[in-house]
Design a protein around this ligand. Structure first.
Ligand SMILES: [Zn+2]
Length: 374
């Protein structure tokens, strides 16, 4: 059994020598087998032979007869002449593909589960022309070999995909018959922090975009990365500058001019306060819609909401409520937007995690109390 174990070890080894005679045996001889369990049974059968010398001689004979076959196909896997099958038939081509896949899986140590996933994908596209596939993983991922032009803004690594460029690329993903009928497409932006790891404070603050079309296709506009949350919102300024240009000139696509106004900027409550340069949502005078001050009931609560003065674009830009603002917002550079309604309510924090959660807790407590007092 000692030799059988060493054979199994050699089979499993991912750094198997390309000229290994056992690799030749395995690839050529096992192409008809269902899975590695068949290999185990072969090894088991072989190991039941009389002595180890017989086993060695059997392997030696098999590998001699099969090694030529493998070395031929290895020398140039794209050379159809090197295959044993009739490459003018579909069956012959399929057999050749199976052989090449097996050779690749063994030589590169591809796990069965990954090979199974690949086979599933290949079987799902029977009419695909594989010769049209990119030649490398770099091509498949559409990675650029050019160095990325990184900048440092707001003390963070900053990369911009270009807003106008991304809008045009996204327009190309929609049916052209529908796009050509439009002259105005609204733009939605999203700004939020995104922690990358549990064990560190490194995070992304991306700017994402989408055109108000169905289905919604989200695209990156800017990616920034830093060791902590941004200390200022200067990383938004280049995008706001681009927005100013787009608001003035529109976007040209397929020889047609499109107006692309900014519909809204979606942020959760903490991110919105940072982007607007206003107080965080748990503070006094922090309502983004009205000037209610709030009262302390274990936390700041806004109970007197009936007669409060509503905030307007003008009152925001004039900083009329001094208690609400602590900084200018970069978005104030955009003249044609309403600084109040450009930023919709945060449904997640305001409703789901805010009063919705509180109402559920109160209902559960009432039910529990009435049960205990019965
Ligand atoms: Zn309010």
């Amino acid at each position: 059994m000692a030799d059988a174990n060493s054979i199994e070890h050699q089979w499993n080894s991912t750094d198997m020598d390309d000229n290994s005679s056992f690799a030749s045996l395995s690839i050529s001889d096992l192409s008809d087998m269902d899975d590695n369990s068949s290999l185990t049974s072969v090894i088991s059968d072989l190991s039941d032979m009389d002595d180890n010398s017989s086993l060695t001689s059997v392997i030696s004979d098999l590998s001699d007869s099969l090694s030529d076959d493998l070395s031929d196909s290895k020398s140039d896997s794209s050379d159809a002449e090197s295959y044993d099958w009739d490459m003018s038939t579909t069956q012959g081509k399929t057999d050749a593909l199976k052989k090449d896949l097996l050779k690749w899986a063994i030589n590169d140590g591809i796990k069965d589960i990954h090979l199974s996933h690949l086979l599933k994908i290949l079987k799902a596209h029977p009419d695909a022309d594989f010769s049209k596939l990119p030649a490398t993983a770099t091509g498949l991922f559409q990675r650029s070999n050019h160095p990325v032009d990184m900048q440092i803004i707001s003390n963070r690594e900053y990369y911009s995909f270009g807003l106008k460029n991304q809008i045009v690329k996204t327009m190309a993903k929609y049916p052209q018959s529908e796009i050509s009928l439009l002259s105005r497409i609204e733009l939605i932006l999203n700004i939020d922090g995104l922690p990358l790891y549990n064990s560190s404070t490194t995070n992304f603050w991306p700017i994402l975009g989408a055109l108000k079309l169905k289905p919604l296709i989200v695209f990156p506009v800017v990616i920034t990365m830093g060791d902590c949350n941004p200390t200022d919102m200067e990383f938004l300024r280049p995008t706001v500058q681009e927005l100013k240009g787009i608001a003035k000139d529109g976007v040209s696509y397929n020889g047609q001019q499109y107006a692309v106004p900014l519909k809204c900027v979606t942020c959760d409550a903490p991110a919105k306060a940072k982007v607007l340069g206003t107080k965080q949502h748990g503070a006094y005078s922090a309502c983004p819609r009205c000037t209610v001050k709030g009262k302390w009931r274990g936390r700041v609560t806004y109970l007197d909401t009936g007669n409060e003065q509503m905030r307007t674009d003008q009152s925001f830009r004039n900083k009329s409520d001094k208690k609400y603002h602590y900084d200018m917002s970069v978005f104030e550079e955009l003249e044609d937007v309403d600084m109040i309604h450009l930023f919709p309510y945060d449904y997640q924090h305001g409703i789901c995690l805010g009063c919705g959660k509180k109402i559920i807790v109160i209902m559960v407590n009432i039910a529990r109390f009435s049960k205990e007092t019965k």
